[in-house]
Structures are given as structure tokens and as C-alpha cells.
Write a protein that binds this ligand. Structure first.
Ligand code: DAT
Ligand code: MG
Length: 149
């Protein structure tokens, strides 16, 4: 099944809403397949955000994501990438609909609480960065048949 990489960013960690945010993805029906608490160092941050290198906000972005521990999670499900991004909302919280994570918890683009992969290819690349070859767990849940037809 499709997988996506989720990061609970430092602002959500510091504000104590990490698990409230993860619960929204879990409740959507996405299945947890990997979970890590980690401190991102600069090389990992630069690798993850390589597509933004050279942009004016790059330094701030690296400094933000390395500013405190984060949670990395793999979620799995039908269209997991787009489903997670829909639940997350738009990049800028004030352009995110109410009911989305960023629309409900955030105000500024540089403090937008959560990352979700933007494609299946990005998810594969990012899972490798944050799980460094550690196996994710693909497991059967008794509720699967009520979520996945
Ligand atoms: P997303 O996180 O929605 O996938 P992105 O991949 O375009 O967005 O950018 C990665 C992060 O970089 C984003 O979560 C916040 C920051 N960012 C993007 N565009 C920005 C901008 N114009 N000014 C400041 N920060 C920005
Ligand atoms: Mg992105």
C-alpha cells in the first residue's frame, strides 16, 4: 500500500500538540508503519529540503527544523500521499481551510507544524532519509476491512 513520510516539526513538539496532530492522520484511517523521535542535524535537514536550496527562506527552514527534536512517522493507506496532504492543508496556514491541521493550529508559513511528502517518489526518498534503512512495519489491523474496500 502507498506510504508517506510525515514530520511533526519543532513548533508542534514545543507546543505539545504532536500527538493531537498524529491522531488526526490516524483517525483518517492511515495506518502507522514507522515512528521515530529524533534530533535533525544540519546535513539531514539540507538533504531533506534539497529542492529549496538557494531560496531566500532556506536558511530559516533548516534552522527551524533543527531547532528541537521532531517526530518522523510513516503512514500507509490508499492514496496516503494525497490524503495526508489534504488533512495537512496548504503550505501557508492562513491559506489552509479550517479543519485542516495547518488551518486549525497555525498562522505562519515558517511555523506550519507538519511536513507531508508531495509524491510517492518523494515519500520513498524521505523515508530513506529519516528511517535510514530501519524497517517500517507493515501490519494487518482488524479494522482494515472497514477502511480499505
Ligand atoms: P510543503 O511543506 O507544503 O510541502 P514546500 O515543500 O513548498 O511546502 O516548502 C517546504 C517548507 O518550506 C514549507 O513547509 C514552509 C517553507 N516555505 C515554503 N515556501 C516558503 C516561503 N515562500 N516563505 C517561507 N517559507 C516557505
Ligand atoms: Mg514539500
Amino acid at each position: 500500500m502507498e506510504q508517506t513520510l510525515i514530520l511533526i516539526k519543532p513548533d508542534a513538539m514545543q507546543r505539545g500538540i504532536a500527538f493531537e496532530i498524529l491522531a488526526r492522520l490516524e483517525r483518517r484511517g492511515l495506518k502507522l508503519a514507522g515512528l521515530r523521535l529524533l534530533q535533525v542535524e544540519q546535513p539531514m535537514a539540507e538533504r531533506h529540503y534539497a529542492e529549496h536550496e538557494g531560496k531566500p527562506f532556506f536558511a530559516g527552514l533548516v534552522s527551524y527544523i533543527t531547532s528541537s527534536p521532531i517526530i518522523a512517522a510513516v503512514f500507509e493507506g490508499t492514496n496516503a500521499v494525497s490524503a495526508a496532504r489534504q488533512t495537512i492543508g496548504s503550505t501557508n496556514p492562513t491559506e489552509s481551510s479550517p479543519g485542516t491541521i495547518r488551518g486549525d493550529f497555525g498562522l505562519e508559513i515558517g511555523r506550519n507544524l507538519i511536513h507531508g511528502s508531495d509524491s510517492v517518489e518523494s515519500a520513498e526518498r524521505e523515508i530513506e532519509i529519516f528511517f535510514e534503512g530501519q524497517p517500517v512495519i507493515q501490519w494487518k489491523k482488524d479494522t482494515d476491512k472497514w477502511i480499505f474496500e
